[in-house]
Design a protein. Structure first.
Length: 201
């Protein structure tokens, strides 16, 4: 009996340890077959489950090995109709990155955006250096999996104030969105362990 009790205790401890492990990031990739590019690109994300965006990969135009600064902005609601309007956009983060060259994935270590199932979120990736490569399209283009839908909309020229540059229709974001499905957390105080939002630092 003592042996069986010990076995049950060990098994329970193992199960609890597994349950306590952080969720593994999942991903949604579009394409890296670019044929154009500009300073930025705008797209929508619509999750079917609650999730937290962990990071991105992007197709940068800068030569492989060179550095660039990339900013990620987000808004509640679609980018469509808000591609020239800076109101409602929030800086998710800024990162200095080393470009892997065109047609390749360059990691953009910016994350911490909590998204609620069924809601649409606009994303704007902006390069302050060599620019972002993307693919021309005839209409908004959707990529999706069971958890997440991405709709490509616009390319964007750089401008000050934000989003005042030229808009190019329609353009497909080249890259990957990494996310963790489950309860959404954004700050270290809430248990988030990825790259924190600017306002969490």
């Amino acid at each position: 009996m003592k042996f069986l009790s010990l076995c049950r205790a060990i098994a329970l401890t193992a199960l609890l340890s597994i349950a306590a492990l952080p969720a593994m990031a999942q991903s949604l990739t579009t394409t890296y077959a670019d044929n154009n590019g500009q300073s930025g690109v705008l797209f929508d994300l619509t999750p079917t489950v609650d999730m937290t965006i962990e990071s991105f990969d992007a197709n940068l135009r800068a030569e492989s090995g060179s550095t660039d600064t990339v900013e990620v902005y987000w808004r509640a609601g679609t980018v469509d109709g808000n591609q020239t309007n800076s109101s409602g956009w929030t800086l998710l983060g800024s990162a200095s990155v080393v470009s892997q060259g065109r047609h390749n994935a360059t990691p953009i270590t910016i994350g911490g955006l909590a998204m609620t199932a069924g809601q649409t979120y606009g994303i704007y990736l902006r390069s302050l250096g060599g620019g972002i490569a993307y693919t021309n399209a005839e209409a908004p283009t959707v990529y999706s999996n069971a958890d997440l839908s991405l709709t490509g909309y616009y390319g964007k020229g750089n401008g000050d104030p934000l989003l005042s540059g030229s808009t190019f229709t329609y353009r497909i974001f080249n890259g990957t969105v990494y996310y963790t499905a489950g309860p959404t957390t954004t700050c270290a105080s809430e248990g988030y362990t990825g790259t924190k939002l600017e306002w969490c630092k």
